[in-house]
Structures are given as C-alpha cells and as structure tokens.
Design a protein around this ligand. Sequence first.
Ligand code: AMP
Length: 410
Amino acid sequence: MAKLTVNDIDLKGKRVLTRVDYNVPMAEQDGAMVINDDTRIRATLPTLKLMIENGAKVILTAHLGRPKGKRVPSMSLRPVADKLAGLIGKPVAFCDQCVGQAAEDAAAKLEEGGLLLLENVRYHAEEEANDATFAQQLACDADVFVNDAFGAAHRAHASTAGVADVLNARAGQCVAGLLMERELQFLGDELKSPESPFVVILGGAKVSDKIKVIDRLLDKADTILIGGAMAYTFKLAKGLTVGKSLVERDKVTIARDALDKAAERNVQFLIPTDNIVAVPTEIDGKFAFGEHRTNDSENIPDDVEGVDIGPKSAARFCEVIAGAKTILWNGPMGIFEDARFAGGTFAVAKAVCEATANGAKSMIGGGDSVKALNKAGLGDQVTFMSTGGGASLEFLEGKELPGVAALTDK
Ligand code: AMP
C-alpha cells in the first residue's frame, strides 16, 4: 500500500489523534441509550491495542448519527466509551466536548498507553463544513493523525481531511490504522489484478448507486451476477416485463449500455431468469406484501412485484460462484430483511463461503451484504468484509477518497 500505516512510525509518548468509525446503531432502553451492535467498535481493537502497546497517548474522535451541528443527547458517544472500556479491558476516559479547554485538559492528562474518547464531532456544524479553525482545534497538540475510519473516508470533513491538513502543515505524520490498511488492501490492491475467474455479485435497491462500480469492473470481471431490485431495470433494458417491481425507468439506457459493454468485452452478465414475486398490498393502512410465489419466467406479471431471485437463478449464480477464484459481493439478492424473501441472498452467502473454503478470495463490499452474512452466521467465513457502505462503493468506483488522499505517502 502506498500510504504510511501505524506499523511504520514511532508512537512512544506521542499524542495520537485517531479517527474511528463508532457510528453504531443504538436504541433507548429504560431511559438510556444502548448499543445494539458493537461490530464497529470491535473492528478498531487491533489498531488501539497496537498503539497502546507502543506507548501512544490515544485521543479518539468519531461521529454518531446526524445531529446537524447541535448537541443531541441521544447521539452522545458516552455509551461507546463504556463499551470500548469493556471490550479492551482498560479504562477509557470520556470528554463531553471534542474541542476547547475541557478536551485539551483531558488530552493533557493522558499517560502513555492511555485512551480518551472525545464527544461526537458532528455536534459542531464546522465538522461537516471541514472548517479550518475547527480542524485546528481538533488537531490541537497532536503529534500524529491515525485514520482508521474507512466508513467516513469518502467525506472531506474536519475530522477526516481537515486535521490531516493541519498535521501535514506542521510536518506531523498522517497514517492509516490497521482497519483502514485492510480496506485499502482488499478493496484496492487485491482487486487491481484479481485472480481469474473474477465473479462480481451486485444487488440491492438501485442501479444508480452501483452503475459506476459495474462500469469499472466490466474491465476486470469474468462474470457479473445481478440480483436485487437492480435486476429489474436490467430486465427492462432487455425488453422484459417487470410488473410492479422497483425499477429506475430513467436508468434503462445506462443499463442497456452496460449490457452492450459486457457483450463487447466478453463478460458473462447474468440477471435472474426466475424470481420470487409477491402481491403488494395494504394491511391496517400500511404497505405490506401479501401472497408470494415463484414466478418461473423471465417476465414478471403485471400484478406482482419481484422480491427475490428465484431458485433456478440462485442455483445458477451459486454454480458460477463455486468456480470463482476472486469474488466481490455488494448488495442483497432480494428483500432479505423479510425471511420469506431471504432465500436468494442466503444461498449466495453460503456459496461465497464455500468458494472461500475452497481457496477463493472473497471481498464483501460493506452495507447490507455484511448484514446478510452476519444474519446467516457466516460473517467469519469470507476473506474480507468491508466496514464502509458509501465509502466502499466510491472506492470501488475508483474515486480517490479525501480521508485516504490526506494520508502520508510511503
Ligand atoms: P443497497 O443499499 O443498495 O445495497 O440496497 C439494499 C436494500 O435493497 C435492502 O434493504 C433490500 O431490502 C433492498 N432490495 C433488495 N432487493 C429488492 C427488491 N427486489 N425490491 C425492493 N428492494 C429490494
């Protein structure tokens, strides 16, 4: 990787400002906010442990939710400090400010190997505005900036890009944490010249979110498998009917262009030939799916909506996945949140894990595919699961992420 990492620098006694992704799901329980899923906190432990062992004074910054520049108590990072302390097995100081005297005093008290978590940076509108003065305050007396928040690296905010500018200006080092390093390795280096057959599986809601990824990967992939609602826009592009399925009619032309490009480049491009369909209806005034069945045809009848790939398509997709040496998967095959429509996604998840056990490298591009794998209890059976949703998509599109660009080159 072309960027310096925490492994490349001396951390002893240094004040290390560390941007992490602690944007964890929380819910109120008996008047207190409780963390529902601590995956993102756990994901930072290797970097934190390494820094602690090397005698760094670690100052953590993060955002939580969208408080839009205001102090919203339910979006405080305080519960995260407690959770982190439990996971890492040592105290984590918390400061209810992220800049100013209180934050500076808390940082000054840190001993070597100590941890301090600052309050939600998005309590200040200056964070998202990448305000230079705010970045200066955040960077304060830091000697080093570590960015381990891949999930926030596609935003040029004060805590991701601004502080790096401050450190760079004073000749301080800006380095990738271990989690960020892995993201850049697997979504970047490993996909530069992937071992063939390279199978790309894309699903989810919208073609528009992923068309740039498709376009870029058409240069490298041997096969592209399309599921989810995305597939119906491709069906329209092929002149098939889609019934009441979710489609983007204004994206039919770009879908057709992608199909043409795939044909020109000899890339196998598969969309489902059968689907699970359901009748969209209303129950108690709310949208719901009524009766569902397998529609064993490429065309979807007028009165139903496609909600998952069908069993024949799932079997065909799994067969292709079984022969892969490199796999990239982003997006579910259907509305997997509803157990009735999760079959296609879970079949693909299982096939990806089996191929991995047989020696393929599998990269899961974040977001809902990670959720689906975890839901199926298969999260530990793939080569790499990205912690970024939007960031992984932008990175896969080939964009330079501001949070990465700001790091010091090797
Ligand atoms: P994305 O964030 O683009 O990966 O989209 C994930 C969402 O796509 C999930 O919430 C799925 O429920 C949804 N999705 C997948 N397949 C379908 C479908 N056939 N119709 C509607 N939504 C779908």
